[in-house]
Design a protein around this ligand. Structure first.
Ligand SMILES: Cc1ncc(COP(=O)(O)O)c(C=O)c1O
Length: 405
């Protein structure tokens, strides 16, 4: 299948190219010191991660430790409440630690082990990636430093406790806005100092090459399973698939299974309180091309061209850019990117809980809300939604800010 002259039969062979570009997006814009470390990871990825030994070990871990494959559930009551379209969810909420993040953390930490590294380093905002990486580090017996802004440490106390219980060292970042952007800066600086003994494990399909490719490939297990399970369950492909997009890791892995199929694909960004800059984090819809955290993509900028402050009810979607592959798929028109606001998100959070017995993460609720909208528009057919995580972490926040509905 071709889209704007890009052949999706051979897409994964060609994208990214050897310098990490998806069209004009991606690449590696970092200091020569850090580049040396990235080159080491790239080399290790292409040799170690493609070896039969690595692949069979990761497969075993996915099954015995993570609990994969995660199932697909048919949302019968929710579908009936909306009309004739049948809605389904891929249950990443049932992956160990309650979200898709562990899929790439186990891959990254296994690579660290194969490379003989002693430590994994990462940033975290909401704490979900930090918890997943701390879990992987405990499993493999690696040291783990998680950089986190002071503001986020206060906001995400339960996840900070989880990381500490799992044995991770949470390093407080006290400069600037003391949130995710500063945490990434601090983690990169630490990595430049420690790369001989440590490996950086980024939290999404972001950062310099090879991370956007590597994280997508580790997450592709979601798309591979989903395609096979859905066709076995229904005898056909879904008409449409939907995932939320923060940095874009759950979406990249899920979409990868369907890019070459006659399936409509939707990536959903958070519209938050509305379209005014500062009230949302919909970078692909409202942003422009720019470089941040070592990669070229579409980002939201302030009047000085710096990353703009962003907002979303979902901490995991609260980032002023998206992965370079999403910028590329957006430009090609292969994936349609659209938005869902806070109100629609909270409505979907309660609908899925009440009608199906599944409490979704607020991030994932954006995708559920869009799937519900599509169901009303399409009139017939099927929609498969990636339920990227469970909502236990969000219950107190939702009740405090939006009330019990
Ligand atoms: C449950 C869940 N879904 C989605 C996301 C967004 O990340 P990404 O866009 O990389 O999948 C997060 C981030 O923390 C998350 O916790």
């Amino acid at each position: 299948m071709k889209f704007n002259n890009v052949d999706f039969d051979t897409y994964f062979k060609n994208y990214p190219d050897k310098n990490g570009y998806f069209g004009k997006y991606g690449g590696s814009y970092i200091s020569p010191e850090l580049q040396k470390a990235m080159d080491e990871i790239t080399e290790a990825y292409f040799t170690i991660c493609k070896s039969a030994k690595f692949i069979s070990e990761l497969r075993r871990i996915r099954k015995d430790f993570q609990g994969r494959p995660t199932p697909i559930s048919h949302l019968e009551r929710l579908s009936n409440s909306l009309g004739n379209v049948q809605l389904y969810v891929k249950r990443e909420d049932l992956n160990h630690t309650g979200a898709h993040k562990l899929n790439h953390c186990m891959g990254e930490a296994l690579l660290a082990k194969f490379m003989g590294k002693k430590k994994v380093i990462a940033e975290t905002g909401a704490g979900q990636h930090g918890v997943a990486l701390a879990t992987a580090a405990a499993y493999f017996g690696l040291e783990c430093d998680i950089y986190m802004g002071s503001v986020d440490i206060k906001k995400q106390a339960p996840n900070v406790a989880r990381m500490k219980i799992l044995g991770a060292n949470v390093v407080e970042v006290t400069h600037g806005l003391q949130t995710l952007k500063e945490a990434v800066d601090a983690a990169f600086a630490a990595y430049a100092r420690e790369y001989k003994d440590a490996i950086y494990c980024i939290g999404s399909v972001l950062g310099p090459h090879p991370f956007p490719m590597m994280v997508r490939d580790f997450q592709s297990v979601v798309g591979i399973e989903a395609r096979e399970q859905f066709t076995e369950m229904t005898g056909e492909l879904p008409d449409a698939i939907v995932a939320c997009v923060g940095g874009g890791s759950n979406a990249a892995g899920f979409f990868s299974g369907f890019l070459n199929d006659p399936v409509d694909i939707y990536g959903i960004e958070p519209l938050g309180r509305g379209p005014k800059l500062g009230d949302h984090a919909a970078s692909l819809k409202y942003g422009t091309e720019g470089i941040m955290h070592g990669f070229n993509s579409i980002m939201l900028k302030d009047e000085n061209g710096e990353p703009a402050p962003v907002y979303s009810v979902a901490s995991g979607l609260d980032y002023p850019s998206s992965g370079p592959e999403h910028a590329f798929l957006h430009e090609l028109g292969r994936v349609k990117y659209d938005v869902i606001n806070d109100e629609e998100t909270i409505d979907a959070f309660f609908k899925l809980s009440r009608l199906e017995g599944i409490i979704p993460a607020i991030e994932s609720s954006h995708a559920v809300a869009y799937g519900m909208k599509l169901a009303k528009q399409m009139g017939k057919g099927s929609v498969l939604i990636n339920l990227s995580g469970r909502g236990d972490k969000d219950m107190d926040y939702v009740i405090e800010h939006f009330g019990m509905r």
